[in-house]
Ligand binder design. Structure first.
Ligand SMILES: C[S@@+](CC[C@H](N)C(=O)[O-])C[C@H]1O[C@@H](n2cnc3c(N)ncnc32)[C@H](O)[C@@H]1O
Length: 198
């Protein structure tokens, strides 16, 4: 989807996604000493705001200005500062090293995925971490929700290969419970945590 399609999706005053931090971001990054973070494909800002509340100096990057406007609103409602950058995640580059790059359900084609993962790895200061949570390719056939096309989903081995040079702390498919009016469902996500040696 291009930025105009995302802008249309974000149109309206209601938040499209949850405003609560992603459960895996919370589980794995809770208690990590804050530093400089980039949330790539930040959308409406749930993860960026959560990180800022924990003392991180956060830059939230997204190519949807409508999504970022909502993220600004969320940051303001929580009285935290986040730097917002409207840019294409596949070509964006920070002006200095960072301690954390979060990619949370940033749906891209294979070339885009490789670019953002390689770039994210290259931005890390020693000891820094790339955190990826995304719709896994197996979710299309065996999971629930998410994009219907495997072409924009992640694959664990492919993602690990793009993060060459980092230490893989965790890499696998994790289950996420989705409860809605249709019942209780299991979605399948790629989870990768990779760090630059200190
Ligand atoms: C499914 S949403 C996830 C938002 C947020 N990370 C979260 O977990 O709530 C995907 C986001 O990625 C953004 N996005 C997709 N492709 C992008 C690109 N090439 N550059 C920047 N943002 C992009 C979309 O605008 C959208 O906000």
């Amino acid at each position: 989807m291009d930025n105009e399609s995302w802008n249309e999706r974000y149109a309206g005053t209601e938040f499209v996604w949850s405003v609560t931090v992603n459960e895996f971001v919370e589980q794995h990054l809770h208690g990590v000493a804050p530093g400089r973070a980039i949330d790539l494909g930040a959308g409406e800002g749930r993860n960026a705001v959560w990180l800022a509340q924990r003392g991180w100096e956060v830059t939230a990057v997204d190519f949807s200005d409508v999504g970022l406007e909502k993220a600004r609103r969320l940051a303001s409602e929580h009285d935290v500062h986040v730097d917002f950058v409207c840019a294409d995640a596949t070509t964006y580059a920070p002006d200095s090293d960072v301690d954390l790059v979060v990619l949370s359900y940033l749906q891209l084609d294979a070339e885009g995925r490789r670019a953002v993962l390689e770039h994210a790895a290259s931005w890390l200061a020693p000891g820094g971490t790339v955190f990826v949570i995304a719709h896994d390719r197996t979710n299309v056939t065996d999971g629930y929700g998410g994009p219907p096309s495997a072409a924009v989903c992640y694959d664990v081995a492919e993602s690990v290969a793009a993060l060459a040079g980092l230490t893989i702390e965790q890499a696998g498919v994790v289950e996420r419970t989705v409860t809605n009016e249709d019942g209780v469902h299991t979605a399948l996500d790629t989870l990768i945590i990779a760090s630059r040696p200190a």
